[in-house]
Design a protein around this ligand. Structure first.
Ligand SMILES: NC(=O)c1ccc[n+]([C@@H]2O[C@H](COP(=O)([O-])OP(=O)(O)OC[C@H]3O[C@@H](n4cnc5c(N)ncnc54)[C@H](OP(=O)(O)O)[C@@H]3O)[C@@H](O)[C@H]2O)c1
Length: 291
């Protein structure tokens, strides 16, 4: 399967490394349908993977006053790309975000389903939800939503590095995505040309406390931090908007016959690999920047 990847950022490059010769990562900045079609006609892929997007630097708070850049990258560009893929008769998998759900879910188990309506306030999340809202009507598009990706490769933006470096950490519980598992699931979705929305999160939930406990066990037993609430994050001036904390239910992955490791198992494995990589002096200065 020849996969054309748009978005030469963290996710695009991590997927490309893993998919090896199957993947071609595009250098093209897509602004028009012609930009995308020219690249599709040049590469002649079997499928397209959209890992392009704008998530703000140093973090998503940047998007709050860069609305148009964020809308262009996260809403307009995916629609333009989907339009080009439709014309070329090619399936597209688009990277969505689970950070579009805020507050209590309407379900008894408090987990959000793939077809629930998003209710985001922050600009970044609105632009991601706006894309999902319309792309999910298309018969040649799959949407893979991830949440708080966790990687074994130490990097300044890796959730493990970030949480471990904060003197104050919010005491929350979430659905999260282990990166190695995500890359494998994306490949399966591309292979199946799976359409609709998929919550690509490991079964179970993770408290920040679980991650820090593993960090203290496997990486740094002398680590110390204070715990604060999500509301205190904003009231103490540590962020301009509260972060989305939620549980995602992955009904559609199950239906597609795709499974992911339970989060407990996958998180321990990832922390063990992280500790090993640190010992060997491995680190990726260009690594992920969470959104
Ligand atoms: N990382 C996370 O925590 C996370 C969580 C949930 C969802 N996601 C989604 O996953 C996707 C990839 O995230 P990432 O972490 O890999 O972000 P990233 O490292 O910032 O990479 C995104 C890439 O897309 C490129 N890009 C932006 N607009 C483009 C356009 N019009 N045409 C072509 N390329 C364009 C950017 O180029 P420039 O750098 O030159 O602008 C950048 O190389 C995004 O859609 C993001 O919303 C990420």
């Amino acid at each position: 399967m020849k996969i054309l990847i748009f978005g030469k950022g963290y996710m695009g490059q991590r997927c490309a490394e893993n998919w090896g010769e199957e993947a071609v990562i595009s250098e093209v900045l897509v602004e028009t349908k012609k930009d995308a079609l020219d690249e599709i006609n040049r590469v002649k892929p079997d499928v397209v993977f959209n890992a392009a997007g704008v998530k703000g630097k140093p973090n998503v708070d940047w998007c709050e006053d860069h609305q148009l850049e964020t809308i262009r990258g996260n809403t307009v560009m995916p629609i333009v790309l989907a339009d080009a893929c439709a014309e070329a008769g090619i399936y597209m998998l688009h990277m969505g975000s689970g950070c579009i759900f805020y507050g209590e879910s309407p379900h008894e188990d408090n987990a959000w389903r793939e077809d629930d309506f998003g209710n985001p306030r922050p600009v970044y999340s609105r632009t991601k939800w706006a894309a999902d809202l319309v792309l999910s009507t298309l018969p040649h598009v799959g949407i893979a939503r991830i949440r708080m990706p966790i990687d074994w490769m130490p990097a300044p933006g890796n959730l493990i590095n970030k949480l471990a470096s904060y003197p104050k950490i919010i005491d929350v519980e979430n659905s999260v995505t282990i990166l190695d598992d995500m890359i494998d699931v994306f490949h399966q979705l591309l292979d199946k040309r799976a359409t609709g929305i998929f919550h690509v999160t490991n079964p179970g939930t993770m408290k920040h406390r679980d991650l820090i406990a593993l960090y203290e066990e496997l990486v740094d037993p002398s680590h110390k931090n204070e715990w604060i609430s999500n509301d205190e994050l904003v009231s103490q001036g540590l962020a301009s908007k509260g972060r989305s904390n939620n549980f995602l239910h992955s009904e559609n992955l199950e239906k597609a016959g795709i499974t992911m490791r339970p989060i407990k198992e996958a998180l321990r494995d990832t922390m063990e690999q992280y500790a090993q990589a640190l010992k060997q002096g491995e680190s990726d200065p260009e690594g992920p920047n969470l959104c």
